[in-house]
Design a protein around this ligand. Structure first.
Ligand code: TRP
Length: 336
C-alpha cells in the first residue's frame, strides 16, 4: 500500500466532552502511535473565529484543546501538531484558491444553505442575515488546510464530507488550469466511529447541551453521570441494556469482559445508582492520569506553546515550499 498522509483539523471552540473523546480524539491518538503513515493534527483556530468573536473564549478554548490532546498522549514527534493560525501560508493559499473557486460552488455548501433557510423560514427579509463571509468561505479555508500538506486521506464526520468534496473540486480546477501541483484528497468516513449518547439519550453534542465534560474534576464527573436519564425501574427489576444510556456510555469505555458482566447485572436488576457508580468509577480511573497532566498543562501554558511552536516550525518547512511552487505557478514569484 502506498503511504498515506492523514490530516485532521479540530475547531477550537468550547471544551472537549466525552463524545469528542470517544468519537475523534481517542482514535486519532491511537492512530498517531501505530500508523506508519504520516499524520497532521491541527487546531483550526481561524475556523473558530467564524462562530466566536470573544477573544478570551477563543484563547481559552485553543489552550484547553491543545492541552487535551497532549495530556492524552498524542505522539507529537511522530505526527505534526500545530495551530492553523501559526501557518501564514494557509491564508495565502486560501486567497489564491478563493480566486479559483466558483461562487456557485460555495452557494451549495450545507452550512451556508442551512442558515439561509433558517432566515427564510423565520420570515426575515434578508436571507443572508447574520451570515459572515467567513462562514460562506469556510470550505475554501478548509481546502487550504488540506491541500497545504498534500493530505491524501481526510477522516471526517458525515457533516464534513461535502467540504472535502469541495476541496477536491477546487484542487482539480486549480490543477487543470495551472498544472498538477495540488494533491487531490480522499474523504475517509469512519462508519465505525462510536458515537455516545448524552445525558438525555440523544447524541452527545454541545448543541443539545447534554454533554459530560472530559476533564472536569472527579466530583463533577460523578455528578454529571448521576444525571444521566434512566427509566423508573426499581432496584431488583431486570433492565434492558440495549435501551439504556448508562450502558451505552459504559460500552464506550469498558472491556468485553466488563461489558458482559454489566449485561448480566442488568438482567439481575442492578439499581440505576449502582450502574451509574460503576460507570463513574470506570471512566474516572481511565481519565485520572490524563486529567492530572491536563491540569498541569493548563497551569503551564508555556509548555503547550513550546510544543505548538515546534509543530509550526516543522509544518512550515512544507508550507513554505508548497507556497513557493504555488506562487510560481500562478505568476506571483519573485522577478529577480
Ligand atoms: N471543519 C472541521 C470541523 O468543524 C474542522 C476542520 C478545519 C478540518 N479544517 C479542516 C477537518 C481540515 C479536516 C480537514 O470539524
Amino acid at each position: 500500500m502506498t503511504k498515506q498522509t492523514y490530516l485532521t483539523g479540530i475547531t477550537t471552540s468550547g471544551t472537549p466532552h466525552l463524545g469528542n473523546y470517544v468519537g475523534a480524539i481517542r482514535p486519532a491518538i491511537i492512530a498517531s502511535k501505530v500508523a506508519d503513515n504520516e499524520s497532521y493534527y491541527f487546531l483550526a483556530d481561524y475556523h473558530a473565529l467564524i462562530n466566536s468573536h470573544d477573544p478570551a473564549a477563543v484563547r481559552q478554548s485553543r489552550l484547553e484543546i491543545a492541552a487535551t490532546w497532549m495530556a492524552l498522549g498524542l505522539d507529537t514527534d511522530r505526527s505534526t501538531f500545530y495551530r492553523q493560525s501559526d501557518i501564514p501560508e494557509i491564508s495565502e493559499l486560501t486567497w489564491i484558491l478563493t480566486c479559483m473557486t466558483a461562487k456557485g460552488l460555495m452557494n451549495r455548501a450545507h452550512a451556508y444553505k442551512g442558515l439561509m433557510q433558517e432566515n427564510i423560514d423565520s420570515g426575515s427579509s434578508d436571507p443572508d442575515k447574520g451570515i459572515s463571509m467567513g462562514l460562506f468561505n469556510y470550505p475554501i479555508l478548509m481546502s487550504a488546510d488540506i491541500l497545504m500538506f498534500k493530505a491524501t486521506r481526510v477522516p471526517v464526520g458525515k457533516d464534513q464530507i461535502q467540504h472535502v468534496e469541495m476541496c477536491r473540486d477546487i484542487a482539480q480546477r486549480f490543477n487543470h488550469h495551472y498544472g498538477e501541483l495540488l494533491v487531490v484528497p480522499d474523504v475517509e468516513v469512519d462508519e465505525n466511529t462510536p458515537l455516545i449518547t448524552g445525558l438525555d439519550g440523544r447524541k452527545m453534542s454541545k448543541s443539545y447541551n447534554n454533554t459530560i465534560a472530559l476533564f472536569g474534576t472527579s466530583k463533577q464527573l460523578r455528578k454529571q453521570i448521576m444525571k444521566i436519564k434512566t427509566n423508573s425501574l426499581e432496584p431488583g427489576e431486570p433492565k434492558d441494556p440495549d435501551d439504556s444510556t448508562v450502558f451505552d456510555v459504559y460500552k464506550a469505555f469498558a472491556s468485553q469482559d466488563e461489558i458482559a458482566t454489566m449485561r448480566e447485572d442488568y438482567a439481575k436488576g442492578i439499581s440505576w445508582g449502582d450502574a451509574k457508580q460503576r460507570l463513574y468509577e470506570l471512566i474516572d480511573a481511565q481519565l485520572a492520569e490524563a486529567r492530572e497532566k491536563y491540569n498541569r498543562l493548563l497551569a503551564h501554558p508555556d509548555e503547550v506553546e513550546d510544543v505548538l511552536q515546534a509543530g509550526a516550525e516543522k509544518a512550515r518547512i512544507q508550507s513554505k515550499e508548497l507556497m513557493l511552487q504555488v506562487r510560481d505557478a500562478v505568476g506571483l514569484s519573485s522577478q529577480a
